[in-house]
Design a protein around this ligand. Structure first.
Ligand SMILES: O=C(O)c1cc(=O)[nH]c(=O)n1[C@@H]1O[C@H](COP(=O)(O)O)[C@@H](O)[C@H]1O
Length: 233
């Protein structure tokens, strides 16, 4: 069966746990995501450990955000690990995004628009006035003009972003919570089924899978529910 379009966030405190989660979920999902916690502790070796024998796609979520020359150097440094996806913050601006795209030609650069942990009230406090939709759409259009071929937004904005950027751009949505699960520190959330129906290409799901008693079984259940939504009987 084709793995579901899910990136499991391996936000583990140690490599053994991350590799175990990766092995449990990879039969069911297309992608695993390595973030700052693991990468800052273990460095580049973490990629091979979680990729394992399955060769699952690895999404390297470093959310780079610096001047263009520095981001280019960082993107070049990690591109030899051949991650499928690398994140940068869209608010770094067009020259920074272009620098990452040029420095890592074999990796899809995903621009993170507005973090899914920010509420509308938080947006005001960091100077992004207006609804989240407006800021996300603006950043999405700018990032695509600068060469990004993937965008990260919340499921709440994915339909608006799709209509802004068209069909060719990969839309990635964290802030995904199966019905009835705790939202934790996420503010702008939706269920996996809703995110997919609204146009997401890849759903990032961490703790609802990894903190469950059986991450493999939970990943399989979320994947099966998505398949049912995609092909209603
Ligand atoms: O770039 C990301 O992946 C990301 C962007 C964003 O806006 N919000 C967000 O939660 N993420 C990441 O997605 C994952 C969500 O994990 P859970 O909240 O445990 O499902 C974490 O690894 C976050 O770092």
């Amino acid at each position: 069966m084709t793995p579901a379009p899910i990136a499991v966030a391996l936000d583990a405190p140690d490599l053994e746990t991350a590799a175990r989660w990766a092995a449990l979920v990879t039969p069911h999902v297309s992608t695993v995501k390595v973030g700052l916690e693991l990468y800052l502790r273990y460095g580049p070796d973490v990629i091979a450990s979680v990729r394992g024998a399955s060769g699952v796609s690895v999404f390297l979520d470093l959310k780079l955000h610096d001047i263009p020359n520095t981001v280019a150097g960082a993107a070049r440094a990690v591109s030899r690990l051949r991650p499928a996806i690398l994140t940068v913050h869209a608010t770094g601006g067009p020259a920074m995004i272009r620098a990452a795209v040029d420095a890592a030609p074999h990796t899809q650069i995903a621009a993170v628009t507005v973090l899914t942990s920010l509420s509308e009230a938080d947006l005001g406090s960091i100077g992004l006035t207006g609804p989240a939709d407006d800021a996300v759409r603006r950043l999405a259009a700018m990032a695509v003009d600068a060469g990004a071929t993937a965008l990260v937004c919340s499921p709440n904005e994915v339909a608006a972003v799709r209509s802004e950027v068209g069909p060719g751009i990969t839309l990635i949505t964290p802030g995904v919570r199966p019905a009835g699960t705790d939202t934790q520190d996420q503010a702008r959330v939706a269920t996996p089924e809703q995110a997919l129906a609204d146009g997401a290409d890849l759903l990032v799901i961490g703790r609802p899978i990894t903190a469950s008693p059986d991450p493999g079984a939970t990943a399989a259940a979320v994947a099966a529910a998505l398949r049912r939504t995609a092909t209603p009987s």
